[in-house]
Design a protein around this ligand. Structure first.
Ligand SMILES: *Cc1c(COP(=O)(O)O)cnc(C)c1O
Length: 358
């Protein structure tokens, strides 16, 4: 059987010419400018994602195929989340009081054109694997860090041995209570989720994986199987979805995605507004659209299918939650509420204050 590394090498589409050969050159009228877009940011579509494209410009295609719109960068910010300013040593972003982001791999199985970290992902010089030692030392010295989030690139693109080494080193740090891995591999390259990998991961509990699915079609039988293997290894699974114009900016599509995730044993965790990244402006939609989606989920389907809707604030403000308005008024004696269907309800405030005075 071919290994996941061989599969990725042989069956991915990693050049515009290969893409045009497969889908027809008529879909690439501006090839020369497209080449520039593909040069600005790594291009690869993994085998599972190539198979999922039904027709050019469908929701899967849009996530991975470069467009000339990427060259219109006037509004975008190269490091919109200010991650580099909050980076005390290479590969670490320490923004919140008790947790830190740890970039452990520069590569992904497929490259999302809306990548928030497109300024460094795909470039081993910007996510240097030779400098993990200073990152480990930082985590060891900072006893307030009780939660480490492994990200990248995609941590599960590392070899089993490398993953084992990193997890062993993190687990040896007494103040690190939980470890998280952020990975789109269950979607992009489900063949990578092997019994051997699961056997390694299960040694390091409490370990959580937040994966990333954006469209219900992505929950293929192979992806569902990979997620099941991770869940069977005792790993709680979450999903961080990005709200993307032309991909999932539709309440019905999002509802189906959230329901399919639950069926695959994944608890939706976040829906993000697409960050203001240079080159990804064409993916952005309005905050109202996101609120409309949350409104269409809450109450209308399982509460487990309703993630937090957040904006990762530009400039390094961190994740800020947004909620549709369910509170009409908060008064001293009562609160006026609207339920999911828009019906009005009144809740009485406790009378303790008066009792004490009287
Ligand atoms: C998202 C993020 C985290 C984790 O945030 P949670 O809300 O705990 O999931 C931590 N550090 C950075 C820099 C982040 O962007």
């Amino acid at each position: 059987m071919e290994s996941w590394q061989e599969l990725l090498r042989k069956k991915s589409i990693a050049s515009l010419d290969a893409l045009a050969a497969r889908f027809g050159p008529e879909h690439f009228p501006e090839m020369e400018r497209l080449r520039q877009a593909a040069e600005n940011f790594e291009f690869r579509i993994s085998p599972a994602m190539v198979d999922l494209i039904k027709s050019p410009d469908d929701p899967i295609w849009r996530q991975y195929v470069p467009t000339v719109q990427e060259l219109e960068v006037q509004d975008g910010i190269v490091d919109s989340l200010n991650e580099d300013a909050d980076s005390p040593v290479p590969n670490i972003t320490h923004r919140y009081p008790d947790r830190a982001l740890f970039l452990v791999s520069p590569v992904c199985a497929a490259y999302c054109r809306f990548c928030t970290r497109r300024r460094k992902v795909g470039d081993p010089e910007k996510i240097p694997m030779s400098q993990l030692e200073s990152a480990f030392r930082y985590l060891e010295e900072h006893k307030e860090i009780r939660d480490v989030i492994m990200s990248g690139g995609d941590p599960l693109m590392l070899s089993d041995r490398r993953i084992d080494d990193i997890l062993k080193r993190l687990r040896a740090i007494p103040h690190i209570e939980i470890i998280r891995i952020g990975s789109r591999v269950p979607c992009h390259l489900p063949e990578r989720i092997t019994p051997e990998l699961c056997a390694i991961l299960r040694n390091y509990h409490p370990l959580f994986i937040n994966t990333h699915f954006n469209h219900p079609d992505e929950l293929t039988p192979a992806a569902v199987k990979a997620l099941g293997m991770l869940a069977d290894a005792g790993i709680p699974l979450g999903c961080q979805t990005v709200l993307l114009k032309g991909v999932n900016d539709d309440p019905e599509v999002m509802k189906l995605l959230m329901q399919r995730l639950l069926q695959a044993r994944v608890r939706p965790y976040y829906i993000y507004m697409c960050d203001q990244v240079a080159g990804a402006e064409h993916f952005r939609t309005t905050v109202e659209k996101g609120l409309e989606i949350i409104k269409a989920l809450r109450g209308w389907t399982s509460g487990l299918a309703v993630p937090h809707f957040v904006i990762d604030a530009p400039g390094g403000g961190g994740k800020i939650p947004l909620l549709p308005e369910y509170v009409e008024a908060i008064e001293e004696d009562r609160v006026v509420l609207r339920n999911y269907a828009g019906k009005r309800y009144v809740w009485k405030q406790p009378q303790e204050a008066e009792v004490l005075v009287g």
